[in-house]
Design a protein around this ligand. Structure first.
Ligand code: SAJ
Length: 424
């Protein structure tokens, strides 16, 4: 089948689903994007986007105008179903698979023989098997791939529903480029499912494609993000040690990285986003007694915002009515994404603990999130924040803050959690 002959149903129009839907539509597939949020559906159908990602608006507009991309609250029959819904953690960092289960239930009535179901959501090991199990319960009339007791005459037959996990690996801020260029790992629930999924991705991915089983693919994605978390935790721990010993951590890391086999990452105010701060917990949850380093890294990174707050409060105690300018709220540089943002946590805690008048600057947002506005935090332009502040804390290394000059900070207490101004 050529892309032009194929219908793809993408369930979940978030940070992964919407760009994927847009890319597929521009590659000629007929795409139906599905979301439970009617505002997202309406916006997509108008050809606009509900979050900022470079060039995504253009891609979605082209897709909708060409008639190859539409959105709906409900799935419809298709050749390929992509599940790209959130997999958050709930109480005690346990994985919450309710969105994956709801998406599976929503597509089940529309399944037909030879359909392909791809789970793209980052998932704990065993989730793809669960999807297959739920589909078997919901559609006893169909042969769902991966069942050991399926009669050989039916197993691997062209009529079965194929199932695979193909974790997304794109970096927010570079999603459209990485969706196409990144190498992909495909974990089939059985070999025919992996091979069928490869054919599909080959139509729009220029990176290399590697096949494995579903459990390995699930673990692979978790291992990648946990690797980064552990390495950032190392940098964050070093920053605490250096503070204690009166050493400039940025200079230290720059020097250490001259070693040919050392590449220390950058410390910061903590780790945010909906991936690295969450996914390592899936590993901890599935093998708690083994995953000691991974758990410790999570704890080190989660504790970092508290250290920043403590240091700011100590500075603020020197003023009668301290004004604290907090530069940046996003979880990382040059995005508008606030999910799990350590900057938001720091500003919220400063407000809750009455540390002073809190001014927030976030060039990527038009208004403050209500959790901060309700606490009396004021959103102001950068120049006003710099004029009025006694203490300036840089929380996000947005490009917009790089040019803040030494003069603007003169006479103020400066806490640069990202090392952006270390050369200034
Ligand atoms: N951070 C630091 N120091 C660093 C690097 C990052 O403090 O040296 C912080 C960032 O400021 C941010 C957090 O870590 O708060 C995570 O940012 P990130 O840029 O490392 O990663 P994400 O969350 O934007 O995207 C990650 C990527 N995974 C890896 O790099 C292994 C991406 O490829 C994944 O697709 C994505 O998670 C995901 O969706 O899982």
């Amino acid at each position: 089948m050529t892309p032009e002959e194929m219908r793809v149903c993408v369930v979940g129009l978030g940070y992964i689903g919407l760009p994927t839907a847009g890319v597929l539509a521009t590659r000629g597939f007929s795409v139906l994007g599905v979301d439970v949020n009617s505002e997202v559906v309406e916006k997509t159908n108008r050809g606009s986007v509900h979050f900022h990602e470079p060039d995504l608006d253009v891609l979605v507009r082209i897709g909708v105008n060409s008639g190859r991309l539409a959105a709906s609250l409900e799935p419809a029959p298709a050749d390929v179903f992509i599940v790209a819904v959130p997999t958050p953690t709930g109480a005690d960092h346990r994985p919450d698979l309710s969105y994956v289960e709801a998406a599976t239930k929503a597509i089940a009535p529309h399944l037909a023989p030879a359909n392909l179901v791809i789970l793209e959501s980052t998932s704990p090991v065993g989730t793809t098997e669960k999807v297959a199990h739920w589909l078997r319960e919901l559609r006893p009339d169909m042969t769902i791939a991966g069942r050991c007791d399926t009669p050989p005459s039916q197993a691997h037959g062209p009529e079965q529903v194929y199932i695979a996990h193909c974790p997304e690996r794109v970096l927010p801020g570079q999603i459209l480029k990485e969706l196409i260029e990144d190498d992909r790992i495909i974990g089939g629930i059985d070999r025919p499912s992996a091979e069928k999924t490869r054919e599909f991705y080959e139509a729009f991915v220029s990176g290399r494609i590697f096949l494995t089983n579903a459990r390995t693919a699930e673990m692979c994605k978790l291992a990648e993000n946990a690797f980064r978390d552990v390495n950032i935790a190392y940098a964050n721990e070093l920053s605490l040690v250096c503070d204690r010993l009166g050493i400039n951590v940025w200079e230290l890391i720059e020097l250490a990285n001259h070693h040919p086999r050392v590449h220390i990452l950058q410390p910061g105010p903590g780790v945010g986003g909906h991936c690295i701060a969450i996914d390592p917990w899936f590993i901890v949850d599935s093998a708690p007694e083994c995953a000691r380093l991974i758990r410790a890294a999570r704890e080190v990174n989660d504790a970092k915002p508290l250290h920043v707050v403590a240091s700011l409060k100590a500075h603020a105690a020197r003023f009668r009515q301290p004004v604290i300018a907090c530069l940046g709220l996003a979880f990382k540089a040059n995005v508008d994404d606030l999910r799990e943002s350590p900057a938001v946590e720091i500003v919220r805690r400063l407000a809750d603990e009455g540390a002073g008048t809190i001014l927030a600057v976030e060039p990527h947002l038009r208004e403050l999130p209500s959790e901060l506005a309700d606490r009396g935090v004021q959103m102001v332009p950068l120049s006003q924040a710099l004029n009025e502040a006694d203490i300036v804390v840089l929380l996000v290394d947005h490009r917009a803050f790089a040019s803040v000059g030494r003069e603007a900070l003169e006479g103020k207490i400066v806490v640069d959690t990202r090392g952006l101004w270390r050369g200034a």
